[in-house]
Design a protein around this ligand. Structure first.
Ligand code: SAM
Length: 298
């Protein structure tokens, strides 16, 4: 019996049933876990952060390919189980941690290099997880992540499509994305209702060949993207006025606030009557440059 098969059997004996609320759909086939681990292009000198260790199906092939693995798992029952059974490979350090609360500075310190992350996470936290990667992009080399197919499709969507939105624009400003592997529901136990895709996300921190524009105020850009998509059917003029960028300058004068927003959009050579979904990355950056300019001179 494989190590994973043994773990599953002991779990049944310990009555540790998969928890739906933690998105516990475990990989069942050793060969699939190996194929997913290969998507990481792991080197023998790498320390890999594995998020959501679960029963350790993916941990095993990652540990074989890497120098060390730092595994994060939120479920205290699973952490206790692995610690008691000592069933994970020797080069794995298991931490009882929620990735959404994890301190990336500390993980960076433990890795000794920009983070290389492998994750098969609950789909319910994929967006907050992706936003956390973006927020800490200067500490991340790459993340190879299993995502619900619909979420993965959003990351590579083109303007004017329904899938194009906040994660698409924010991620495209700082990372290159490749869809690598499609996984059917029968690869998991219990079986989810959806298909999954393994996506590789590479950031500039670990990849010198990747070049992204940095000539703008990133926090302002992020706020503009979020405000612009807050109501997809509304025009940029309305959503960006609603974002309150010029509120303090207008001192309660709503007309003036709208006028300043309109000026800022026009200054970026964009029509205020357009919707967010038609703008490409460079246009969002241009918007943030013109907003910065007007904010600095108002
Ligand atoms: N890696 C294993 C595999 O491929 O079979 C398990 C994958 S399972 C889809 C997701 C795992 O992530 C579960 O073990 C779950 O308990 C864990 N998890 C859920 N939310 C988490 C969080 N916020 N931080 C860390 N781990 C989490």
């Amino acid at each position: 019996m494989s190590r994973y098969g043994q773990t599953r059997k002991s779990l049944q004996e310990e009555n540790l049933a998969p928890k739906k609320r933690l998105g516990q759909n475990f990989l069942v086939h050793k060969s699939t876990a190996e194929a997913v681990a290969h998507c990481g292009h792991i080197n023998k000198a790498d320390t890999i952060i594995e998020v959501g260790v679960g029963l350790g199906a993916l941990t095993q092939p990652i540990a074989e390919q890497a120098k060390n693995v730092i595994g994060l798992e939120i479920d205290s029952g699973l952490v206790r189980f692995h610690r008691e059974k000592k069933d994970l490979p020797d080069n794995v350090t298991l931490l009882h941690q929620d990735i959404l609360k994890a301190d990336f500075d500390e993980l960076y310190r433990l890795s000794g290099a920009p983070l290389k992350i492998m994750a098969n996470l609950p789909y319910s936290i994929s967006n907050p997880f992706l936003f956390k990667l973006i927020e800490h992009q200067e500490k991340v080399d790459w993340a190879t992540v299993m995502l619900q197919k619909e979420v993965a499709d959003r990351l590579t969507a083109k303007p004017k499509s329904k899938q194009y939105g906040i994660p698409t624009v924010l991620l495209s400003s700082c990372a290159k994305i490749k869809n690598l592997l499609l996984l059917k529901p029968n690869e998991f136990h219990p079986r989810p209702k959806i298909e999954s895709v393994v996506v590789r996300i590479e950031f500039a921190a670990g990849n010198e060949r990747l070049q992204f524009r940095t000539d703008y105020d990133r926090p302002l850009f992020t706020k503009i993207v979020r405000a612009a998509f807050s109501q997809r059917r509304k025009t940029l003029l309305n959503t960006l006025t609603g974002g309150g960028f010029f509120r303090s300058f207008a001192e309660g004068d709503k007309k003036l606030e709208k006028q300043l927003t309109k000026e800022a959009i026009l200054k970026a050579d964009i029509s205020p009557g357009l919707r967010a979904e038609v703008l490409d990355l460079n246009q969002f950056i241009d918007l943030s440059l013109s907003f910065s300019h007007i904010l600095a001179h108002s």
